[in-house]
Write a protein that binds this ligand. Structure first.
Ligand SMILES: C[S@@+](CC[C@H](N)C(=O)[O-])C[C@H]1O[C@@H](n2cnc3c(N)ncnc32)[C@H](O)[C@@H]1O
Length: 208
């Protein structure tokens, strides 16, 4: 199920300006290889959220080849850091090549392995934690992420509407992961949440 009306989605895509040459190349790679990136509409949302909150320390869980991280990198500026994670070593190689082309390597770190293990390795708390790992893991991510978020920090998760499967009467494991995460977020006294129905849905939670 498309979350947005097709005409509205086309309008939103037509109204935004062209991306820089590196983001454009990343979008082309994603299209050619059927790789699920957040795309420019959500990319711009990530930029706005990071820039508006003056985020300087961003942790990404499930970075793929670095497309969403690239938007964060632009927003945090050259005194910020974006810590990327992905389980596939090929993604780290590709991401680093794109970061070099975009002259943002100075603010990027990449950990290859299970994204959840980063919570045992990385020191300090984060202004933004962005979650885009396998959907079954969302509840685990939620529990690990909240204690590592600064007060006023944002926990952002992609695919909050999961192609409309959140409406399924018999949800599969991935959908159940998204549903449980959403329930955890809305029942937490530590968070204030909103779901933005852009692309596949983005849930944004601020730590109170
Ligand atoms: C949807 S893609 C990420 C796209 C990226 N956020 C973007 O928009 O540019 C999900 C990525 O998460 C990675 N992933 C899924 N589960 C993971 C886990 N448990 N640990 C590390 N990486 C994981 C996959 O290898 C894949 O590259």
């Amino acid at each position: 199920m498309n979350i947005l009306d097709n005409g509205i989605e086309s309008y939103l895509n037509d109204v935004i300006p062209d991306r820089d040459s590196v983001l454009t190349a990343m979008e082309e790679y994603a299209t050619q290889n059927n790789f699920p990136i957040v795309g420019p509409l959500v990319g711009r949302l990530l930029y706005v959220l990071a820039y508006a909150t003056k985020a300087k320390r961003v942790l990404e869980l499930g970075s793929g080849f670095g497309y969403s991280a690239y938007w964060f990198a632009k927003a945090v500026g050259n005194d910020g850091i974006v810590l990327c994670t992905d389980k596939n070593p090929e993604n780290e190689k590709k991401a680093k090549a794109y970061f070099k082309r975009g002259k943002i390597s100075d603010r990027m770190q990449f950990h290859t392995g299970d994204a959840l293990s980063i919570f045992d390795i990385a020191e300090g708390d984060f202004d933004i934690i962005f979650n885009d790992v396998d959907k079954e893991l969302y509840p685990k991510v939620f529990k690990k992420a909240i204690p590592r978020l600064k007060k006023g920090g944002l926990l952002i998760s992609d695919n909050a509407l999961w192609k409309g499967k959140v409406l399924d009467k018999n949800p599969d494991a991935a959908t159940a992961g998204v549903l449980t995460y959403t329930r955890l977020a809305y029942s937490s006294r530590e968070l204030f949440n909103t779901i933005i129905p852009l692309r596949d849905g983005v849930i944004v939670s601020v730590k109170l």
